[in-house]
Design a protein around this ligand. Structure first.
Ligand code: SF4
Length: 354
């Protein structure tokens, strides 16, 4: 038995004893596996489970999901962020229902063509639902494999991707690829964790090059990221009225609802009790009512400093907002509208104590 084959068998042995019981693992159903993978791109397993159950309960089949409205999908997705993924979820469901008679395509290359399905998700579905030999390469995979073999390439470089893929294929040779991919996922989150791996109780300790060389903390090699853009986002609401409107389709948080706002690449001086800022191309003075609510929100390429400001209502502002497509809702009806996560958190935790 080769060393790499021995590693696969040890991982599978560990998995048989320590496997997490997860609902999408019961019957190798591609719909459930795909849904769980899309949700878990946003969150950890424990936080993702309630979302998974909510979707399965409301849309038990791909046919049910394909006939949903985008608003229904957004409502269930609230709190997960990255709404473009919810959008793609619905698009893929419709394509699978209409073009593939409700059955997921069974080849890796056809899976890759579906909206929102990248190499990792395609490999996860191909291996876990159809038993194909594709390594599911995510952060967990890079960590375990990077340490076991001391991979001296960054996972996002083209040489790194090829090398990791080759090692993944060798690990899958002659074993059940669904089980091995899932074994690596579970092993990475239980034993070979990012900051404090449990090497003392690791069944692979005698095969691990990074442990042998005392270089565990070095692997996987850190990837170099571009610095994030910083933006200042100011939202407004008034004591007695909640003005909202739906964002347009080609923006971040597309189709979600928002308060009147403006965005700036520089901070605005909030110490002025009466401020004058550019709201929708008009200069409009307004007066702050109390202290602003502040939070920081991170997206992949942008960090937002968000200020949510209560201001005194006045006729001119109402008129301005109305002409810019806003309408008034009763705050207690907020659940009928899907908001971006920062606004939803603010509404549920602070606004009017709803
Ligand atoms: S010995 Fe430590 S670093 Fe190596 S695979 Fe096991 S847990 Fe990970």
């Amino acid at each position: 038995m080769t060393k790499i084959h021995e590693i696969s068998n040890i991982l599978l042995g560990w998995y048989r004893l320590n496997k997490r019981e997860l609902p999408w693992r019961d019957d190798r159903n591609p719909y459930k596996i795909w849904l769980s993978e899309v949700i878990l791109q946003q969150t950890r397993v424990q936080q993702g489970l309630p979302y998974y159950w909510a979707f399965i309960q409301k849309f038990p089949t791909i046919k049910a999901l394909a006939s949903a409205d985008l608003d229904e999908v957004y409502n269930l997705w609230q709190g997960l962020g990255y709404y473009s993924r919810a959008n793609n979820l619905l698009k893929t469901a419709k394509i699978v229902h209409e073009q593939y008679s409700g059955k997921f395509p069974t080849s890796y290359s056809d899976l890759l063509k579906l909206p929102g399905i990248g190499p990792y998700t395609a490999a996860a579905i191909a291996s876990m639902a159809f038993g194909l030999k594709y390594p599911a390469m995510d952060g967990n995979f890079f960590r375990v494999v990077g340490r076991l073999f001391e991979v001296d390439e960054q996972a996002n470089s083209s040489t790194g991707k090829k090398l990791y893929h080759k090692l993944g294929e060798l690990l899958l040779e002659g074993v059940d690829s669904a089980d091995l991919n899932q074994a690596i996922m579970d092993f990475a989150s239980a034993i070979c964790t990012p900051t404090a791996p449990n090497c003392d109780s690791c069944p692979l300790i005698s095969h691990c090059q990074a442990f042998f060389n005392g270089s565990v903390n070095k692997y996987p090699l850190k990837t170099i990221k571009n610095p994030k853009k910083i933006q200042y986002l100011y939202y407004f609401y008034t004591e007695n009225k909640l003005w909202i409107r739906q964002r347009n389709k080609n923006s971040i948080w597309n189709n979600l609802f928002e308060f009147p706002n403006f965005i700036s690449s520089n901070p605005v001086d909030l110490n002025d009790k009466i401020m004058q800022v550019g709201l929708y191309e008009d200069e409009m003075p307004f007066e702050l009512d109390g202290n602003p609510y502040y939070l920081k929100h991170h997206l992949t390429h942008i960090t937002f400093h968000i200020y949510i400001l209560k201001i005194f209502s006045n006729f001119a502002l109402d008129k301005l907002w109305k002409t810019n497509g806003f309408f008034v809702i009763n705050p207690k009806d907020y659940k009928n509208y899907a908001f971006p996560k920062p606004l939803l958190d603010f509404i549920t935790n602070h606004l009017y104590h709803v």
